[in-house]
Design a protein. Structure first.
Length: 439
């Protein structure tokens, strides 16, 4: 575990002031003056090898403040990494993960909600350096950078984070109170069962893993349809628990990255999955993510199913191959855009159909067990009002988090791509219309 430097000689205080000045100059510099600000700041920081340990200690101290400011502005670990991944280079991402890990030393695990901890594990954010004074030297050696190149990367990263605006939070920042969090569990996105999660979700995860791996479209369709039915049943069970007062949770939210290429159709696919599971989607195109609002168990299912369907859709799209116009010019981009839009539209229809069927069965007292078999129970007249109340609660939470929304439509320009996308969705998974995306 790294340790904080305690004061120190060699101009440590002056180095801190110098670093703050360099960062401020880079963050506030206009684009036309950025190169000069970066060269000036990096040159000053890298000028003296003797002060490099003090620069290292000051950099981690400054990063604590910068990262903490992002947490207070609604950002989360995966969000900061996503911004860096989209806009900068791999070395910046490695630096970002380290700075997130360094700031994380301020917070005990109990101060972090489940999804926050999952994001840290997925990023592999760990303190590997022996002391804060040795951090920059160790990083430079790992990535074969000289002091000037590393100082430049540090300033570029802090500029990127320093210019982020506040966004709607999707959970409490470390050390702040919020909705009660469910117990933490190991990596959510790993394939196969996960210790500590509801058995129904483990079963859904296993079904989707099989759907992704099979070479038989009919089997993938059946497996994905069964996964959606189990997700719908899990949501129904959670709604009835809430009626009984056994589930204190209110609607929550999570963010899912949606990157280019074809970010519009991918968002449509996510919206289709969310709508079928009583969740709502808000797209922040400029940051490359969507916020999904819903109840906790539904959010878990949406993330699982969307990830699986995106894998299946990408595989089917690549198998469909490239396309050319008669004159030889490529029309692959238009074909694939239309392919994915049609895929999302058909998935919406099939998922909605599966949810409606499961809900109708549940209202009639037919309960879907975790193993996929059904049992007959006494119909519960509280079910439909409970589901309606949860939908209204989600809509209210969307209005609270995002009081101003606009609609965007994704256009289709290739009829062959549309037909191929619907056919692929029929082969892969699960029925509404091509809907609007909120963002």
């Amino acid at each position: 575990m790294g340790r904080r430097g305690q004061g120190g000689n060699g101009g440590g205080g002056d180095v801190g002031v110098l670093l703050d000045t360099a960062v401020r100059g880079v963050v506030t510099a206009p684009e036309e003056g950025l190169d000069l600000a970066l060269d000036t700041g990096a040159s000053l920081l890298a000028a003296s090898a003797g002060l490099w340990p003090a620069v290292s200690r000051a950099a981690l101290g400054h990063a604590d403040t910068a990262v903490g400011r992002c947490w207070s502005a609604g950002w989360r670990p995966a969000d900061l990494a996503r911004v860096v991944r989209r806009d900068l280079r791999p070395v910046h991402l490695a630096l970002a993960v380290d700075l997130i890990a360094a700031e994380g030393r301020r917070h005990p695990a109990a101060a972090l909600d489940r999804r926050w901890q999952e994001q840290l594990r997925e990023l592999e954010a760990e303190v590997w350096w022996p002391s804060d004074e040795a951090y920059l030297s160790g990083f430079a050696q790992r990535h074969r950078l000289d002091r000037f190149a590393l100082a430049t990367a540090l300033l570029e990263l802090l500029r990127s984070w320093g210019r982020l605006p506040p966004i709607a939070p999707v959970g409490p920042a470390p050390g702040h109170s919020g909705h009660a969090a469910r117990p933490s569990r190991p990596e959510q996105r790993q394939r196969g069962p996960v210790a500590g999660e509801p058995r129904m979700l483990s079963r859904i995860r296993a079904l989707l893993a099989k759907a992704e791996s099979t070479d038989f479209p009919e089997e993938a369709e059946a497996l994905t349809a069964k996964a959606q039915q189990l997700m719908a049943q899990h949501s129904i069970d959670e709604a009835l628990l809430a009626v009984e007062g056994a589930d204190p949770h209110a609607p929550g939210a999570l963010r899912i990255g949606v990157d280019n290429p074809y970010e519009g159709p991918k968002t449509m696919l996510l919206d289709a999955v969310a709508a079928a599971n009583r969740c709502r989607v808000v797209w922040a195109k400029e940051f490359g993510f969507c916020t999904v609002i819903g109840f906790d168990a539904d959010l878990d299912g949406v993330e699982l199913l969307y990830t699986s369907l995106l894998v299946q859709a990408t595989h089917a799209m690549q198998q469909a191959g490239a396309r050319q116009h008669l004159d030889g010019a490529s029309r692959t981009k238009a074909f694939r855009q239309s392919f994915l839009v049609a895929y999302a539209a058909r998935i919406r229809e099939r998922l909605t159909e599966a949810t409606e069927r499961t809900t109708s069965d549940a209202a009639a007292g037919r309960h879907l067990r975790e193993d996929g078999t059904a049992e007959q129970l006494v119909p519960d007249e509280r079910l439909l009002p409970a589901l309606k109340a949860r939908t209204e609660a989600v809509d209210h939470e969307v209005g609270r988090m995002f009081p101003k929304l606009v609609s965007q439509r994704v256009r289709v320009s290739d009829g062959e791509g549309w037909a191929a996308g619907r056919a692929a969705a029929d082969r892969a998974s699960l029925r509404g219309r091509s809907g609007e995306i909120r963002g």
